[in-house]
Design a protein. Structure first.
Length: 401
């Protein structure tokens, strides 16, 4: 922020972009008074359509209906797909807050129609098919693939978007021995490295120790560079782990996993009403496609943990909210760490959050989002019964691992 302010004071040729970057940073940091002052300070950047969105965000503090109208106006008239999408989902969020749930879902449908790409589950389906094929072989007695050296003090989340992964990370990051490293791209780099060498999605059996060790080293070096000074553990919150568990077992043997699940309909509607990348997460535009992804995730994760003997603990979002100390004690026991009360106050974490949950995790732990799907019950038919009736990863208070 200091650098952006200094640059802006020099009236550079790119002053509009600098002001927008500063405004977005202030918004993400929750520094609304400073954002208000930036808007009140005038300047050419206020003529930019993006400034209208920041005005709407400030209006939401005192006049949500007006903020909704402003955000929808940006969606209708914006000159860039990203701006239109951001403004549209800002309106969706505010409509939900106002209790106007049917309107929120209708606006989300319009935003998806205008800005989200077509749904392509092919890459996900191929990853999961490869995983199950490998798990079939291991379950039948085949040895695991060549392994890299065992890793230590490395933990990763396993979970879908909007399942509580950011909350878990922000809680664990409060522990003096654990450093959250955000949505680190290291796991995706492992996938790309394996694919380039012909080992993924098929060919994991031919993985050599040398290649596995190289990919492991590259991941660990990047994670260490992001680790907070003084912390021993890194916690990776990226959302691709569930698609690559056999590959990670080969490249990062010994890593610990925190598996989190949430009520499927709550998870699905939260994804559908949120601004995910329109291509990478295109399935969020369609609840049927989202249901299919949830089914794939639940089918492969539980099986992989068991067949591969992963060092893992499974928790439910609902249990984490209801009994945070109990559930965090289970997680910390997996890591061999003592409980620290600081983990129960994630809202006091000042580490930057770049995910869609950045506002929620700045609040004390609460249960307001549990049962959210009931406001949208008409969007869920009997096709959801099977996945919603599937057994949970663990009963409350259990010590599944």
């Amino acid at each position: 922020m200091e650098r952006l302010r200094n640059l802006l004071s020099r009236r550079p040729p790119n002053a509009i972009e600098v002001a927008v970057a500063l405004a977005e940073t202030l918004h993400r940091a929750g520094r609304t008074d400073e954002l208000d002052a930036l808007l009140a300070g005038g300047g050419a950047w206020l003529e930019d359509p993006r400034a209208m969105l920041f005005r709407a965000r400030l209006e939401a503090k005192t006049d949500r209906p007006k903020a909704i109208r402003s955000a929808l106006e940006v969606f209708r008239t914006g000159n860039h797909p990203t701006l239109r999408r951001t403004a549209g989902f800002e309106a969706v969020r505010l409509l939900e807050t106002e209790g106007r749930h049917d309107e929120a879902r209708a606006v989300a449908a319009n935003v998806h129609q205008a800005t989200t790409g077509s749904v392509d589950l092919g890459p996900i389906e191929r990853d999961i098919a490869a995983s199950h094929g490998y798990l079939d072989e291991v379950a039948a007695g085949a040895p695991c693939s060549a392994l890299a050296p065992s890793v230590v003090q490395t933990a990763l989340v396993i979970g879908l978007p909007r399942s509580g992964t950011t909350l878990v990370e922000q809680m664990l990051d409060r522990h003096p021995a654990i450093s959250g490293i955000g949505e680190y791209e290291g796991v995706w780099a492992i996938r790309e490295g394996l694919a380039a060498a012909g080992h993924w999605p098929d060919g994991l059996r031919t993985l050599s120790t040398d290649v596995a060790a190289r990919l492991s080293r590259e991941y660990l070096d990047g994670a260490a560079a992001r680790r907070r000074d003084g912390a021993a553990w890194t916690f990776d919150k990226s959302l691709y782990q569930w698609r690559l568990l056999p590959a990670l077992a080969a490249v990062l043997p010994g890593a610990a996993y925190v598996h989190i699940e949430r009520e499927p309909r709550d998870c699905a509607i939260s994804m559908h009403l949120s601004n995910f990348h329109p291509r990478s997460w295109s399935f969020t535009r369609d609840l049927a496609a989202t249901r299919r992804v949830i089914e794939l995730e639940r089918g492969v994760v539980r099986r992989a943990i068991e067949v591969l003997g992963l060092r893992a603990v499974s928790i439910r979002y609902e249990d984490l909210v209801a009994a945070p100390e109990r559930e965090l004690r289970r997680v910390l026991a997996l890591l061999g760490l003592e409980f620290d009360p600081a983990v129960l106050a994630p809202e006091e974490n000042r580490r930057t959050v770049l995910t869609l949950s950045f506002e929620q995790v700045r609040q004390p732990i609460h249960a307001a989002a549990i049962g959210r799907w009931r406001h949208h019950a008409k969007a869920f038919d009997a096709s959801w019964d099977a996945v919603c009736g599937a057994s949970s990863p663990s009963e409350p208070g259990s010590s599944a691992s």
